[in-house]
Design a protein around this ligand. Structure first.
Ligand SMILES: [Zn+2]
Length: 84
């Protein structure tokens, strides 16, 4: 159920984590939403393909972190990638 909510919000445009979260929060409350959205996007195949096409993973992550507007979230995201 939660995954379906995250999927339907994210797939409206394959938005970055912050925008996806904003869309979800307009309609739902999901505990731990931030990390769930991050995990979903990390595993989103179209986003992974775009990531590959863009080339350097680090540059992509930086752009993503900047869009989300926080330097602390960059390390969070980086850690997610390292674990995978
Ligand atoms: Zn996506």
């Amino acid at each position: 159920m939660q995954v379906e909510v995250i999927r339907s919000a994210h797939e409206r445009g394959h938005f970055a984590c912050r925008k996806t979260r904003e869309l979800i929060e307009q309609e739902y409350f999901i505990p731990g939403l931030q990390s769930k959205v991050e995990r979903f996007i990390t595993n989103c195949v179209p986003c992974i393909m775009v990531n590959r096409k863009a080339g350097k993973k680090e540059g992509y992550l930086q752009a993503l972190a900047e869009r989300r507007g926080s330097s602390s979230s960059r390390s969070t995201l980086y850690r997610v990638y390292r674990v995978k």
